[in-house]
Design a protein around this ligand. Sequence first.
Ligand code: R5P
Length: 347
Amino acid sequence: MGNGVKMRLIQTIQSTRREEGENVGYDLKVFSGNTNRPLAEDICNILDTRLAEATVTRFSGGETHVQIDENVRGCDVFIVQPICENEEEGISPNDALMELLILIDAARRASARRITAVVPYYGYARQDRKDRPRVPITAKLVANMIYTAGARRVLTLDLHANQIQGFFDIPVDHLYSINILGEYFRMKNLKNLVVMAPDVGGIKMARAYAELLGAPLAIVDKRRWSGQKTEVLNVIGEVKDKNIVIVDDIISTGSSLIEAASALKDKGARDICATIVHPVLADPAVERVENSILTELVVSNSIPVPKRAQNGKIKILSVAPILAESIRRINNDESVSNLFANAKVEG
Ligand code: R5P
């Protein structure tokens, strides 16, 4: 059945359920800020809908200007905006956040029935606890701002820490890209494989990959000296003569990844590749990856990867299918969690 036919069928079922008094399937509208418009367009293509019209620009003084250009009264509105940099569009993570908040505010004031913030990369997630005196918990502040702006549901992907869901008092649908990134490695059918968590925080997700790929798990015991510098203290597990897939949620400067890869090589590992969900790719990550012993780095398009980083070892897989399917399910009041029934990512 084609996508168009499927959507029409869904709409008919929704109208029937609505006539029977159920609160499902209100007109769905997907908007995007400027951080990752191609991802929002891919989501809309899969949903067989068009990206709704909004003007998101800057006033000459640098302030963000938003105008929603179509009626959203009574609609189920989804706003797609990762909180990250878009180097090519000249957008900082803070610009991205302001665009998201102002879009939510505009939709709320235009009488949208419900607004869902679709945040494929939840920026500031690494500031999720008070680990030193007099530091903020910015991940919580961001959650407060999204709620205060008017979002009543959040759809996000591979949070740095699962507990961030608890920073919201509204429903959070937390998706995992293992369905796409893990599947890529499963299809490769790699032999003699070990899955590696590059720090203790990443064990749970690495274990889910290990189970999916039928491989044992190893762990890097890492110490972070600064935002840019990490050091590997130990490698826990057997890696000699093994092929390795390193699994992590974020690559920022690339220090954690490259230090882990070198430590594995020193311990006699063979082919080393990695999969990391969110390609923050702060300088000098791209150069580090390209000059490293890694054979491949597979990332998602939760964050736009600049063109300069697209012709080497970095491979990008789209998470649009899981975001689109989740949006469809939310709009239709269906379960989202059972999308991940086969991946042992929780618990
Ligand atoms: C840390 O807990 C994260 O999971 C990543 O390992 C870290 O953010 C990567 O940062 P960098 O690439 O700068 O080492």
